[in-house]
Design a protein around this ligand. Structure first.
Ligand SMILES: *Cc1c(COP(=O)(O)O)cnc(C)c1O
Length: 360
């Protein structure tokens, strides 16, 4: 099987067993997520870093409910993908690899291109021909080779997989080293909540790179005896493209590919997620839920956040719409909600303009 073969190939780069998480072992002299380098697959002296991570966790009020929103739009490239890219590209650089390929419809491509530039590694990013201009410009400005692929997102992935036969595949969905970076989200939340776990975490679900990273991170904290229960991990999808949601409501264990339609939340419109069954498992094992949100709900959440001063990518608004949907069900007395702004609004100027045109 294609998927298994790829897993094997990348698991060869040993991720290793980490020691139990201990508060005393956090290296507070290191910037950002590198304070947790003892639990990362690369030594701090070998890091490729632009100071990413340790984003603020802000208490924000929505109606009667106070929730904590992690400001993941504040990363160097404008999305939380830098967590995965920084760690993955650090290992890659340390292995002496000089060229990587990657495919993405946007932010993951920007992040890999940025950290490749920082490390002096060449990269080729495959994108669907209709990727938004701002992200294409960003990828090219970092000096990456950009290859546009006509057809679907899957055609792009196949083109990258073919190139990956002979080059290192720095994929955010396949390569497990990416999740080693995104797991730091959980460590930071735990530390920022004063060494406590949230009860509920609401995360975007396209390929699930943050969902799975958070699962790994909280699990590490639990195995280390620092939190008693795993927080419930909830996954949000756009109703316009929601294969995970469909498998979830049917009680299935595998995610079947769908065909998506246009959505404001382009960043989570993944019709055939690579790690679909792992995502389902993370939600089920923690007693979370998969929710889907409509275009109206995404638009309303986007306006709500922007009017509070938070200029976020429309994709990020989908997660907030899901958070609001879950909160509205009430019964929040004992709950401590955590969610995030996943990407920066400045990436989506064209989309914002047409959103404004449609709304007024
Ligand atoms: C990548 C991304 C997501 C979704 O992440 P997945 O790993 O595909 O689940 C959400 N928001 C933004 C801004 C992103 O860049």
């Amino acid at each position: 099987m294609k998927e298994e073969a790829i897993w094997k190939k990348y698991n060869e780069l040993k991720i290793g067993e980490y020691p139990f998480f201990k508060k005393e072992d956090i290296d507070v002299k290191e910037q950002g997520l590198w304070r947790y380098w003892r639990y990362l697959p690369v030594d701090k002296k070998d890091k490729i870093s632009m100071g990413e991570g340790f984003t603020p966790l802000l208490p924000i009020r929505f109606g009667n409910n106070q929730v904590y929103i992690k400001q993941e739009q504040l990363f160097p490239t404008g999305s939380y993908k830098d967590r995965g890219a920084a760690v993955l590209m650090s290992v890659v650089a340390n292995q002496g690899i000089r060229f990587v390929v990657q495919d993405s419809s946007g932010n993951a491509g920007c992040a890999i291109a940025a950290y490749a530039a920082k490390a002096g590694i060449e990269c080729e990013i495959f994108v669907p021909a209709d990727t938004s201009e701002a992200k294409l410009a960003q990828i090219r400005m970092y000096g990456a080779r950009l290859t546009k692929v006509e057809g679907s997102r899957e055609d792009t992935a196949n083109a990258a997989l073919k190139a990956a036969d002979s080059q290192y595949y720095a994929s955010h969905c396949y390569n497990p080293l990416f999740l080693e970076g995104t797991k730091t989200f959980a460590y930071e939340v735990f530390e920022q909540l004063d060494w406590a776990s949230p009860t509920d975490v609401v995360l975007p679900a396209g390929n699930g790179t943050l969902l799975l990273g958070a699962f790994i991170g909280f699990k590490h904290l639990k195995n280390s005896g620092l939190i008693k229960d795993m927080p419930r991990l909830h996954a949000v999808q756009s109703a316009a493209c929601c294969p995970l949601y469909e498998a979830w409501v049917k009680g299935d264990e595998v995610v079947v590919a769908t065909t998506g339609t246009y959505t404001l939340a382009e960043g989570i419109a993944i019709a055939d997620p690579v790690r679909g069954s792992e995502m389902l498992q993370a939600v089920r094992e923690t007693n979370g839920e998969v929710v889907k949100v409509s275009e109206e709900e995404i638009g309303a959440a986007l306006l709500k956040c922007c009017k509070m001063g938070y200029y976020i990518e429309p994709t990020s608004a989908a997660t907030i719409a899901g958070l609001l949907k879950l909160i509205e069900r009430g019964n929040n007395k004992q709950k401590k909600w955590v969610s995030l702004f996943s990407g920066h609004g400045l990436k989506s100027t064209t989309k914002m303009m047409s959103f404004l045109d449609d709304a007024h």
